[in-house]
Design a protein around this ligand. Structure first.
Ligand SMILES: NC(=O)c1ccc[n+]([C@@H]2O[C@H](COP(=O)([O-])OP(=O)(O)OC[C@H]3O[C@@H](n4cnc5c(N)ncnc54)[C@H](OP(=O)(O)O)[C@@H]3O)[C@@H](O)[C@H]2O)c1
Length: 342
């Protein structure tokens, strides 16, 4: 580890809601069973925006380094045979504790996934959170016997993945967006059913579609009033899976509708769903996601790539224009293999 610097640059959140600060921190060393990763890139996700506001489930209080997923190269390994097998490998990684908006991170060796040689680091950086969630949500729909599903925030990267994964697995998606231009964009991509939640006839149109398609499930990334609107539109014995809180408002439910429809409303969190899988099932899920990152259902659009030193205001810029695509924070001079607009 002699050729590695003693310090690293990182974006630090000094207090909930405060502006990020670029700071020089001590570079961590890997302990037994751990690897040190020189990070190449990490995206900004809605979960990061919530972390910055203190609304996400992170185990520590500020000051903290945000960033929940990324990709890079293993440059040092702690004691143990298995960590050493990863030396020099290009890997994707995720950490529920954050820490990815930095030049280096130490993680347990079993928290990293080695990458196929042709997978660009910029794509691999977005491999954990959304692709696995799209697989999980469509799996959940199929497991419960649903062949038609309403999906909110459908112009986002995960919404688009849900639509493409649904098409692969025979689940019809009713896509809900919030701007007329997003209706056109999704239809141009091949979406059959797209509704604008701001249109005056939205609720009636959604109810008609749900009846026509016998749709009794919704995947809800919004909460707030949308959960109530979904419940009103879905058929009886419906399921609503709330997996996002983009409205930042409490989900509204009408007890009468809940009772007479015998509705079930549940939360979904990937961090709980994935560890419940057996090791073979987990590895199979990871493999499916990795294979679909380039040209498959799990490909994300990249709107911006911002150097670490310039990234303090990048979360705000991303929040103002989310459907345009992901913002990647560049954490080293490694070739990311993606360009803005791709
Ligand atoms: N539970 C889990 O395990 C899990 C895992 C992964 C992701 N998620 C959640 O999935 C959601 C989508 O993530 P993503 O990566 O796809 O985000 P994204 O690419 O940034 O897209 C977000 C989308 O939501 C729309 N949106 C934002 N605020 C909204 C609001 N108040 N009302 C209606 N639409 C709104 C945006 O539209 P505009 O462009 O018009 O703003 C955009 O189309 C997030 O809530 C994220 O936290 C959850």
């Amino acid at each position: 580890m002699t050729d590695l610097p003693d310090t690293m640059r990182a974006l630090v959140l000094p207090a909930w809601g405060a502006r990020l600060e670029l700071r020089e921190l001590t570079r961590p060393d890997p302990g037994p069973g751990e690897v040190l990763i020189r990070l190449a890139a990490s995206p900004i996700n809605p979960s990061d925006l919530m972390t910055l506001k203190g609304l996400y489930s992170v185990p520590a209080d500020p000051p903290l380094v945000p960033g929940l997923e990324g990709a890079g190269q293993v440059v040092a390994a702690g004691a143990g045979v298995l960590p050493k097998t990863l030396m020099g490998k290009r890997v994707a990684c995720a950490s529920a504790a954050g820490g990815l908006w930095a030049e280096y991170i130490v993680l347990p060796f079993d928290r990293v996934v080695t990458l196929p040689p042709d997978l660009p680091l910029g794509r691999a950086a977005m491999s954990a959170v959304n692709p696995l969630t799209a697989i999980a949500l469509i799996d959940e729909a199929r497991r419960r016997g649903h062949r038609a599903v309403v999906s909110t925030a459908a112009a986002g990267q995960l919404g688009r993945m849900i639509r493409r994964r649904g098409a692969e697995k025979g689940v019809e998606i009713i896509n809900i967006v919030r701007r007329a231009a997003q209706v056109d964009a999704l239809k141009a991509e091949g979406a059959r059913h797209v509704l604008d939640e701001t249109a005056p006839d939205f609720d009636a149109g959604l109810k008609t579609l749900c009846t026509t398609l016998n749709c009794r499930m919704a995947l809800d990334a919004l909460g707030g009033q949308m959960t109530f609107r979904l419940l009103e539109a879905l058929g009886p014995r419906c399921d609503i899976l709330i997996y996002g809180a983009l409205s930042e408002a409490p989900a509204t439910l009408h007890p009468g509708t809940m009772i007479f429809k015998e509705a079930r409303v549940e939360g979904f969190w990937l961090s709980q769903w994935l560890p419940r899988k057996s090791l073979p099932a987990m590895l199979w899920t990871l493999r499916q996601a990795t294979r679909a990152l380039k040209g498959g259902f799990a490909e994300s659009s990249v709107a911006r790539i911002v150097d670490l030193a310039e990234a303090a205001d990048a979360p705000a810029a991303y929040a103002a224009d989310m459907s345009a695509g992901k913002t990647l924070i560049r954490l080293s001079d490694a070739d990311l293999g993606v360009a803005p607009g791709s």
